[in-house]
Design a protein around this ligand. Structure first.
Ligand SMILES: NC(=O)c1ccc[n+]([C@@H]2O[C@H](COP(=O)([O-])OP(=O)(O)OC[C@H]3O[C@@H](n4cnc5c(N)ncnc54)[C@H](OP(=O)(O)O)[C@@H]3O)[C@@H](O)[C@H]2O)c1
Length: 234
């Protein structure tokens, strides 16, 4: 029977790259998306072109009821990648309660709830990979709730790794700067990229190769692999 991987936020960008990586390694994909239905359908077609099965699952992961309903769509699972995230800007004096809650609910509570229940479905053992951020080690005052959520997700990674061993391994991948989005203004992105010791953003495949490594090496749990071109050093 083929193995199944659930990737959250997998319609586009890094989540899509994780889903395609797993598909190329022989996993069928439970492809979660929230609003990006067209992109999800496109990604589904790309995964099917490498001869893997794809099930699309739409859910707002800030809503525990929708997480429960997503979890009811499958019986067993081998890999969970928690990639969906929300990064609201807003300094300490202006970040709204709504954005604080939305980012903590999506970036931290959802990976916890998904891990809690997916672990019960990983009857043949499994791997959970939480996508964090080099910001987890920093004090990014323009993105307080995002930074806190990713730091806490790395802590949760260690707690889950201990609690779910030996059957299930739990690790994190912390990218630095990979794909620019509208969240970080272009000038700020350029300024930050210049500060990276390796002087460029990561290529997507330099991040997905960390996932491949975690799939291959079955003696690593509770760790965060930082893929940041040295940004954590500055
Ligand atoms: N991009 C980078 O350079 C970078 C750097 C460091 C860390 N990371 C981390 O890598 C991961 C992927 O980043 P990305 O930049 O590729 O993604 P992104 O563009 O920030 O996309 C966010 C994803 O989260 C999903 N999402 C948003 N709100 C949601 C909700 N309420 N419920 C469920 N899903 C929701 C979106 O789904 P829909 O589009 O379907 O609505 C989308 O797939 C994130 O964890 C991010 O923190 C990225």
């Amino acid at each position: 029977m083929s193995k199944l991987a659930l990737v959250t936020g997998a319609a586009h960008r890094l989540g899509k790259a994780f889903a395609l990586t797993l598909a190329r390694r022989g996993y069928d994909i439970l492809l979660h998306y929230h609003h990006s239905q067209d992109a999800a359908l496109q990604t589904k077609a790309e995964i099917e072109s490498v001869s893997r099965r794809v099930i699309l699952a739409q859910a707002d992961l800030t809503d525990p009821a929708q997480i429960r309903s997503l979890l009811s769509t499958f019986q067993s699972l081998d890999v969970l990648v928690n990639s969906a995230a929300f990064m609201p800007g807003g300094k300490v004096d202006s970040l709204s309660l709504e954005n604080w809650d939305a980012s903590l609910d999506l970036n931290l509570r959802a990976p916890f709830l998904l891990s809690q229940e997916c672990a019960k479905k990983m009857t043949a053992g499994g791997l959970i990979v939480n996508i964090t951020d080099v910001g987890a080690q920093k004090a990014w005052s323009r993105y307080p709730s995002y930074t806190v959520s990713k730091a806490a997700l790395e802590s949760l990674t260690r707690i889950l790794a201990r609690a779910l061993a030996p059957e299930i391994r739990v690790n994190a991948i912390a990218p630095g700067f990979v794909l620019q989005s509208g969240i970080v203004p272009a000038e700020e992105w350029e300024r930050l990229v210049k500060r990276i010791p390796l002087k460029r953003p990561a290529r997507t495949e330099e991040v997905t190769s960390a996932l491949e490594f975690l799939l291959q090496n079955e003696y690593i749990t509770g760790q965060t692999i930082v893929v940041d071109g040295g940004y954590s050093l500055v």
